[in-house]
Design a protein around this ligand. Structure first.
Ligand code: DX5
Ligand code: ZN
Length: 220
């Protein structure tokens, strides 16, 4: 079985000590940095943007998994590539020409990601699944950290797994929102390949231990 991956979300980091929290993730069992970019239009919150990503890029030693919660993402694909994004995930709900967006991301040498909101049906990805390296299933409504996990996500993981295998695609399944030590094992067993965790990691007392435990749980 391929290893399950952990991607701490810096949205829950201490922004006054961002470099410290980046080094912590560098030195942990985590696999990727999850970076949430919000525009205050697609989602009712604004997080951080290009200058902060540039600073993160300078210190991070693991792949930057950039999750765009912004309208018209095509306008910024080249810039995110220059800033060091390894994976660029756009929201299905923001892309009128999703196939084109995916080709643009690929052309910039990044892995392609598509995120879907809790209400968006997995079947809508059928005709582009072979062009997607990572499908990010939102397990909360995007916009904020610290929300409760939506249980229907388990059902969506199963549907997505079926869609991926029916098409012989190599797509990874990433789950984002409300991930804790209470659902990590079950998510991994259901078929999730990557678990994003923000609050659960950064609000914990021993963050290195928390990441280690999540990784062990997901791979047990
Ligand atoms: C929410 C973001 C998530 C968020 C997860 O819109 O996409 O990545 O940081 O935070 P937690 O793990 O606290 O639910
Ligand atoms: Zn995210």
């Amino acid at each position: 079985m391929t290893k399950k991956l952990i991607a701490p979300s810096l949205l829950a980091a201490d922004f006054g000590n961002l470099q410290r929290d980046i080094e912590l993730v560098n030195n942990s069992d985590a696999d990727w940095f999850h970076i949430d970019i919000m525009d205050g239009v697609f989602v009712p919150n604004i997080s951080y943007g290009m200058p902060v990503l540039e600073a993160i890029s300078q210190h991070a030693t693991k792949p930057l998994d950039v999750h765009l919660m912004i309208i018209e993402p095509d306008r910024y694909i080249k810039r995110f590539a220059k800033l060091g994004a390894a994976h660029l995930t756009v929201h299905f709900e923001t892309c009128t020409h999703l196939h084109r967006s995916l080709q643009l991301i690929k052309a910039e040498g990044m892995k392609t990601g598509v995120a879907i909101n809790p209400h968006t049906n997995v079947s809508l990805l059928k005709d582009v699944i072979c062009d997607i390296d990572i499908v990010l299933l939102m397990s909360v409504n995007p916009g904020f950290g610290g929300q409760n996990f939506i249980e229907n996500t388990f059902h969506k993981i199963k549907q997505l797994k079926d869609l991926i295998s029916q098409n012989n695609a190599g797509t990874l399944i990433e789950v984002d929102g409300g991930v804790t030590d209470e659902n990590a094992l079950q998510l991994a067993q259901a078929g999730a390949d990557v678990l994003v965790a923000g609050s659960f990691v950064f609000k914990s007392k021993n963050q290195l231990e928390t990441i280690k435990n999540l990784k062990q749980l997901a791979n047990s």
